[in-house]
Design a protein around this ligand. Structure first.
Ligand SMILES: [Zn+2]
Length: 304
């Protein structure tokens, strides 16, 4: 079966009508998933209905209390702009916590079932750093999930593969001092947020940054998977792979300049499958409504 973690509450993080990171993204993805001819193989999970460890405990392992307090205060006060890109609405703090919770539940699900799960969450997380939200992200969903997974029996190494077109500066900063976590990012460079140079390899050589110029298609990406991403992932031998699944490297994406097609993510998933370990996908960016829906479906097709 294919497990999806999703709640309508994720729609309540209200960024305002013109904002690219809108609730319409999840509406497009979930509508498309309900219409696939393998919909009977999908199990939908409400994150709140899944038995959870203390989500706040795990959030506090990676985020400063001061930042969390300020974030909650802004939400409780009616919301506002955290920075010019990053909006906080009245429900944003709780929804961001629920996004983390969905990722933690996703870790539990893939480890318990041995089947794939996709956390269809927002706000995204890979730009959020210890004491700041940025780039549409409030909490480090995937980094927190990786640390949580390492607390579980039998999980000694967690790999994070970040194929969002932007460098996951937040995830990198939250994991680069932990040799039990390997972080690999393929991203457009130069581009937002300006980090992700290849020379940055983490404190334990546990970071692989693959910056690429704009306009790359699946030929470039496949070469990177073949020669750099997969050899390092296989060498690391993760007990769990978490994919920061952003879909803004598609040709139609309005915010970036790569040339991937939705079906290319099927190939990326097939690469992930060769690791023979549990896999959790968590949504990051991706702003073309049809392209992200098609891409999520393509990502899941190898698991049908
Ligand atoms: Zn992105």
């Amino acid at each position: 079966m294919i497990h999806l973690l999703y709640s309508d509450q994720f729609l309540e993080h209200d960024t305002g009508r013109p904002h690219p990171e809108s609730a319409r993204r999840l509406l497009s993805i979930t509508k498309a998933l309900r219409g696939v001819n393998w919909a009977d193989q999908i199990v939908w999970h409400e994150p709140e209905s899944v038995t959870q460890p203390d989500t706040l405990f795990w959030v506090k392992q990676l985020h400063d209390e001061y930042y969390l307090t300020k974030l909650k205060q802004m939400a409780d006060g009616g919301g506002g702009h955290w920075d010019p890109d990053t909006v906080v609405s009245p429900r944003s703090f709780d929804v961001a916590m629920l996004a983390v919770q969905a990722c933690l539940a996703g870790v539990d699900l893939v480890l318990e079932t041995g089947e794939v799960a996709f956390a269809l969450v927002r706000p995204p997380g890979h730009h959020a750093v210890r004491s700041n939200g940025m780039g549409f992200c409030l909490l480090g969903n995937v980094a927190i999930a990786a640390h949580y997974a390492l607390s579980l029996a039998g999980i000694q190494r967690v790999a994070i593969l970040d194929w969002d077109v932007h460098h996951g500066n937040g995830t990198e900063a939250l994991v680069d001092d932990n040799p039990a976590i390997f972080y690999c990012s393929l991203h457009q460079y130069p581009a937002y947020p300006g980090t992700g140079k290849a020379k940055f390899t983490g404190k334990y050589n546990n970071v692989l940054n693959i910056p690429m110029p704009a306009l790359q298609d699946n030929i470039t990406y496949k070469a990177q998977f073949d020669h750099r991403v997969m050899p390092r992932l296989k060498e690391f031998q993760p007990d769990l792979l978490i994919v920061s699944a952003g879909y803004d490297a598609t040709e139609k994406d309005p915010l970036a300049g790569m040339n991937l097609q939705p079906e290319d993510y099927k190939t990326f998933s097939e690469y992930c499958q060769t690791l023979n370990c549990p896999i959790l996908f968590a949504l990051e960016g991706g702003y073309h409504l049809q392209a992200i829906a098609d891409s999520v479906i393509a990502t899941l097709e190898p698991f049908i």
